[in-house]
Write a protein that binds this ligand. Structure first.
Ligand code: NAD
Ligand code: UD1
Length: 347
């Protein structure tokens, strides 16, 4: 394991949990984040939970000079690149923002890495690159076909990384395709903190459980699944974090892709039932139309990561939702009450 790791987007949901996992291994973590979708309070939580201080630079990755200064200031051995925009619906409305931010920030990062002789990279890709899967569970070799601008930025960045690694064998890159990250740090001090109305199921249900939202809208109960609701492969964010540590430890020359998931399918109704068990709160819901662009089932074949990364996601759905609930009930309005109230008033 390298000593100093640059974590872009390290104040965000997955980056912050990964920063804690790295700090626990006594790695010096350097975070760059523009706080576009996160709070500086996450950095304080990482410091407390990881047991050693991280170095934080509040910069935009689109600012190549500022990023270059970070590489000059620290002896960076490897990079984990989480930073980017990630809301599917927003990407349909503002595609140019998504292409500009996600692609140009990655280009700046790769340029600065090469200029500073840093060749080890772990990148946050997504199961969204598979689009509507033809094979279940989905192996890494399945055809790619993202169906929205956000997904296409992930696909394009994957291609950029593959091309860079084919042209220069010094690159050692892992593209990690996450399935559905949920859960929170078991301390209840770090978790997902979406701004405005959550797009994703678990943060939405948690806000219903805590009384912030009246009821869940279930997006269709006529899918071709056992109970008619959408099936996903939910993975605990701590398992995801340890997947990054394993990937860093096992980088090889070239560029390789790995699914990070459990291989177990869980429906919307399964989630509702488990949240009710874990919280003791009944979750009112209504079934509404399908969400445009949704798919029936998304399920990982994680065997490549199990074997090559010697990693396995083994935390249960019960644990995921218990940990989400601890975070949500300790922090009903996330890290920053004022920020959330403002975002919601605007939205
Ligand atoms: P997040 O929004 O919580 O974290 C991303 C971080 O990047 C935020 O802290 C944000 O402020 C920062 N950022 C955005 N643009 C930036 C810029 N131009 N310069 C500097 N910092 C910038 O998201 P997350 O859920 O932690 O996701 C992390 C990564 O994983 C993203 O690339 C996302 O696309 C990918 N991913 C997430 C999911 C998911 O469901 N959460 C699933 C698959 C892939
Ligand atoms: C979302 C992203 C996808 C990303 C994935 C992993 C969208 C459209 N897609 O998809 O790009 O790769 O997360 O993080 O945001 N559901 C409801 N009611 C809700 C919210 C969701 O019924 O209020 C259902 C959905 O129809 C789906 C399941 O819950 O069946 C999970 O939804 P969500 O958490 O948004 O994840 P994905 O659909 O997998």
């Amino acid at each position: 394991m390298s000593e100093t790791i640059l974590v872009t987007g390290g104040a965000g949901y997955i980056g912050s949990h990964t920063a804690v996992a790295l700090a626990e291994r006594d790695v010096q973590v350097v975070i760059v984040d523009n706080l576009a979708n996160s709070s500086a309070k996450a950095i304080e939580a990482i410091d407390r939970l990881g047991g050693r201080r991280v170095i934080f630079h509040e910069i935009d990755l689109l600012d190549a000079d500022a990023l270059g200064d970070v590489f000059q200031a620290h002896p960076i051995d490897a990079v984990i690149h989480f930073a980017g925009l990630k809301a599917v619906g927003e990407s349909v409305e503002k595609p140019l923002d998504y292409y500009r931010t996600n692609l140009l920030s990655t280009m700046n990062l790769l340029d600065q890495m090469a200029a500073n002789d840093v060749w080890d990279l772990v990148f946050s890709s997504s199961a969204t690159v598979y689009g509507d899967p033809k094979i279940l569970p989905i192996p890494e070799t399945a055809p790619l076909g993202p169906t929205n601008p956000y997904g296409r930025t992930k696909h394009m960045i994957e291609d950029i990384c593959r091309d860079a690694a084919a042209a220069d064998r010094r690159w050692r890159i892992s593209l990690l395709r996450y399935f559905n990250p949920v859960g929170a740090h078991p301390s209840g001090e770090l978790g997902e903190d979406p701004r405005g109305i959550p797009n994703n199921l678990v943060p939405f249900v948690m806000q219903v459980a805590v009384g912030r939202r009246e009821r869940l809208s279930v997006f269709g109960d006529d899918w071709e699944t056992d109970d008619g609701t959408g099936v996903r492969d939910y993975i605990h964010v701590l398992d995801l974090a340890s997947g990054h540590v394993s990937a860093l430890d096992r980088l090889e020359p070239g560029c390789d892709e790995f699914n990070l998931g459990t291989g177990t399918g869980v429906s919307v109704f399964d989630i509702v039932k488990t949240v009710e068990n874990v919280t003791g709160v009944s979750i009112p819901y209504e079934v509404v139309d399908r969400r445009p662009g949704d798919i029936a089932t998304s399920l990982a074949d994680p065997s490549k990561a199990n074997e090559k990364l010697e990693w396995r996601a083994d935390r249960s759905v019960d644990t995921m939702l218990t940990d989400s609930w601890r975070w949500q009930s300790n922090h009903p309005n996330g890290f920053n009450d004022e920020q959330h109230l403002t975002a919601e008033a605007e939205g």
